[in-house]
Design a protein around this ligand. Structure first.
Ligand code: 0WE
Length: 255
């Protein structure tokens, strides 16, 4: 029970296949008590049903991460119910579909703005809200992807936003280090989630990892959960500002 007595906030559950849900389950199994946000009415029922399986200690709050008021409200609800926070998971990303289909050169100002607002700025805003409640120190974990550092065709503006997210992780780690709050990214190999569905060539990408990653297989959601639990635990007490690759070793390859 590595996370006994810890309170965690999970941002980014859409359904049972969400990476956020895999990490939430691992945190719960390690003894954490959790709060969940849901993006809007459309996803409320899904998250309610999933979070409900953890009993009535669980908090559920609506939060559109592009709304400062929603973010303020989440932390005031967490404060009211638990009085403190130890863990924060950021597992949210969005770019307009057109921006992931065409060529990067055609990225519009609006697609760039939205991708960065939802996928990168939100980490800064959530960390700022979380920090005052992390009075015993804390661990903030955000999800990233290799397209932040190398060109993955069609990942486009999301790659630029993930680069901003990873860099933000380092600056936040510097700012929050003196408060014993650690900030890290998990860079996951491709996982079949709602966010991945409908992305042209996603099945080929899974096959590409099976063929080329050192471990010759794809990543399992529970492995992301286990890494999330490690980063949240005292065992990772001296790890901050890092990007941890949970990608079957794909990132080390040059060819
Ligand atoms: O970060 C992601 C996907 C995030 C994402 C997905 C969508 C699909 C629906 C962000 N915005 C949207 N907008 C939509 O309208 N991944 C790491 C998964 C992913 O997405 C790709 C990938 C991989 C891998 C897109 C193109 C190429 C590779």
């Amino acid at each position: 029970m590595l996370l006994n007595g810890k309170i965690g906030l999970v941002v980014g559950v859409a359904n049972k296949r969400s990476i956020a849900w895999a990490i939430a389950q691992a945190w719960h199994q390690a003894g954490a008590t959790l709060a969940f946000t849901y993006q809007g009415e459309r996803l409320k029922e899904n998250v309610e049903e999933l979070a409900g399986t953890f009993g009535k200690d669980t908090l559920l709050v609506q939060c559109d991460v592009t709304k400062d008021g929603d973010i303020d409200n989440v932390f005031s609800e967490v404060s009211k119910k638990f009085g403190k926070l130890n863990l924060l998971l950021h597992s949210v990303a969005f770019a307009p579909r057109e921006a992931l289909e065409g060529v990067f050169l055609n990225t519009t100002r609006e697609a760039f703005r939205v991708a960065h607002d939802v996928s990168a700025y939100s980490l800064i805003a959530l960390a700022r809200g979380a920090a005052p409640l992390m009075t015993d120190g804390g661990s903030i974990v955000a999800m990233s992807y290799y397209g932040s550092e190398k060109v993955v065709p069609h990942y486009n503006v999301m790659g630029v936003a993930k680069a901003a997210l990873e860099s933000s992780t380092r600056y936040l780690a510097y700012d929050l280090g003196p408060k014993k709050i650690r900030v890290n990214c998990i860079s996951a190999g491709p996982v079949n989630t709602l966010a991945a569905r409908g992305i042209a060539g996603f099945t080929d990408m899974l096959k590409h990892y099976e063929a080329h990653a050192p471990l010759k297989r794809n990543v399992l959601p529970e492995e992301l959960g286990a890494t999330g639990t490690f980063l949240a635990s005292d065992g990772a007490g001296a790890i901050t500002g890092q990007v941890i690759y949970v990608d079957s070793g794909y990132q080390i390859m040059g060819m």
